[in-house]
Design a protein around this ligand. Structure first.
Ligand code: ADP
Ligand code: NI
Length: 219
């Protein structure tokens, strides 16, 4: 990356940090930071374009629709305006914005026409942050933020058929493991992403085994 590109990345970091001040703990600046870190690693291994990857990773959750009344335009728009303001080339902006529009799990209910190596990298990094020890922490934090129960043996996990049904769920937090988190492993696109997801997936299985055992006083 050129010196100018590194400077732009640095500005993006400052912008994201400021914009996400006070955000819910699982969707704050540190989520962007972890996705950025993992994206850099995956981009090297996949030979993806690093500038596009880094900008998309940092900006991908700049305005998550679920914290903006479901508005899915606002995030990509904010990213676009920010990058235009810095004089980033149009073709790079288009790639970054396309990644941001296509990255979300909820959008995987719909068929996407956009595909790129850079989306694979940032998408895998974002999915990885939903898994493992961090994934568990984020999930319970989000459930707490929304006032969901930890677990309820009388409410079984569902198989959501639509994006709307998925988004409006108020199910206990443990259900989210079965409704989303355990479904992520097979969605991984990169070689290293698959390997890391495998490891983090097993860690969550072990965790839930212990959790459910403790629930019934068996462990
Ligand atoms: P996407 O936008 O790709 O659908 P989200 O932003 O909804 O992904 O999910 C990010 C993280 O927020 C999840 O990995 C999880 O930790 C937490 N989360 C989202 N929805 C729920 C939920 N219904 N219950 C518990 N945690 C959730
Ligand atoms: Ni994210």
């Amino acid at each position: 990356m050129t010196e100018k590109e590194n400077k732009i990345v640095k500005s993006a970091m400052d912008f994201v940090r400021k914009s996400l001040d006070g955000a819910e703990g699982g969707h704050d600046w540190w989520h962007a930071y972890r996705v950025w870190k993992t994206s850099i690693r995956l981009a090297e291994e996949e030979k993806a374009e690093p500038f596009t990857v880094q900008l998309a990773a940092l900006l991908h959750d700049i305005a998550d629709a679920k914290f903006y009344d479901g508005d899915e335009e606002i995030g990509p728009e904010m990213a676009q305006q920010f990058l235009e303001g810095l004089g980033v080339k149009k073709e790079v902006i288009t790639k970054v914005v396309d990644i941001i529009k296509n990255i979300s799990f909820k959008n995987s209910f719909e068929k996407s026409v956009f595909a790129s190596k850079e989306l694979d990298v940032v998408g895998d990094a974002d999915r990885l942050d939903a898994l493992g020890a961090i994934g568990i922490a984020r999930t319970f934090n989000y459930g707490g933020h929304k006032g969901f129960a930890l677990y309820d043996p009388d409410i079984p996990p569902q198989k959501f058929k639509s994006k709307e049904a998925y988004k409006s769920s108020k199910a206990p937090t443990v259900n989210h493991f079965y409704e989303k988190l355990f479904l992520l492993k097979v969605k991984m696109k990169t070689v290293t992403g698959k390997k890391l997801a495998e490891q983090r997936h097993r860690f969550m299985e072990t965790y839930l085994e212990q959790f459910l055992g403790e629930w019934e006083g068996e462990r």
